[in-house]
Write a protein that binds this ligand. Structure first.
Ligand SMILES: [Zn+2]
Length: 239
């Protein structure tokens, strides 16, 4: 059996047998990896608490025969302690882990998604900024090639005012071509900041109702994209 080293974030875990767990990682060099952590549920496990969702770890794997490898060693890179100690922040971190899980494929390298996830977890651990999750989802969509058009109307290219988000067409629409859920002018500015390289401004400058407005819209756009992708994948398998 071959050994390999990588670095990854624990996306989720599930129980296996009496004392083991299957751990799903998003790694830098091997994409999504599913591996067995033997004895991890024993109180004196050599892995300690290092293989919990959000953990960022240096890993040594044994290659398994099927699609399951075996975790041989795990050393902590980041604890992200503030995420574990705050249920609200942990919930939001887990939303990002789930999104990364949905977008990543087993054994398909996606170093950029890995880096974006680590960056977003680090930001959320250092500051309780409400826009971290929508910012991550939006940038993850853009990485997939589904960057919503937020600078001008998807129909006429007019710069505004932009008043609604047409999910099917992947972008905003002006007053004349209004279609899809409405959005406020402030939400438009936030989306433009997030996708225009001004994520820090989006994270720090906006508070109040616009936060949940943007969060809601971005989650909806993300779900729309994932559903469409699942449909196209299953259509592919039928042919
Ligand atoms: Zn228009």
């Amino acid at each position: 059996m071959g050994l390999y080293h990588d670095r990854g974030v624990v996306l989720r875990t599930y129980k296996l047998g009496e004392a083991d767990r299957i751990v799903v990682f998003l790694t830098r060099g091997h994409g999504k990896v599913r591996a067995v952590a033997k004895g991890v549920r024993k109180t004196k496990s050599r892995f300690g608490g290092r293989l919990e969702p959000t953990s960022h770890v240096d890993l040594l794997f044994y290659e398994g025969r099927g699609d399951l490898d075996i975790v041989s060693q795990a050393e902590s890179v980041d604890h992200f302690r503030p995420l574990r100690d705050d249920l609200d922040r942990l919930g939001r971190a887990i939303a990002m882990l789930e999104a990364a899980d949905q977008l990543s494929m087993e054994r398909e390298v996606n170093a950029r998604l890995y880096e974006m996830l680590v960056g977003a977890l680090r930001t959320l651990a250092h500051q309780d900024a409400p826009m971290v999750v929508p910012g991550f989802l939006l940038k993850a969509l853009a990485l997939e090639g589904f960057r919503p058009q937020v600078e001008s109307c998807v129909v006429c290219e007019s710069e505004g005012p932009l008043v609604s988000w047409a999910m099917e067409e992947g972008g905003l629409r002006c007053t004349t071509h209004r279609l899809g859920p409405a959005l406020t002018a402030e939400a438009v500015v936030v989306l433009q900041d997030m996708l225009g390289g001004r994520l820090a401004a989006a994270l720090n400058e906006h508070r109040g109702p616009v936060v949940s407005e943007v969060d809601h819209l971005v989650v909806r756009a993300f779900e729309h994209h994932v559903e469409r992708r699942l449909r196209s994948v299953s259509a592919l398998h039928r042919t």
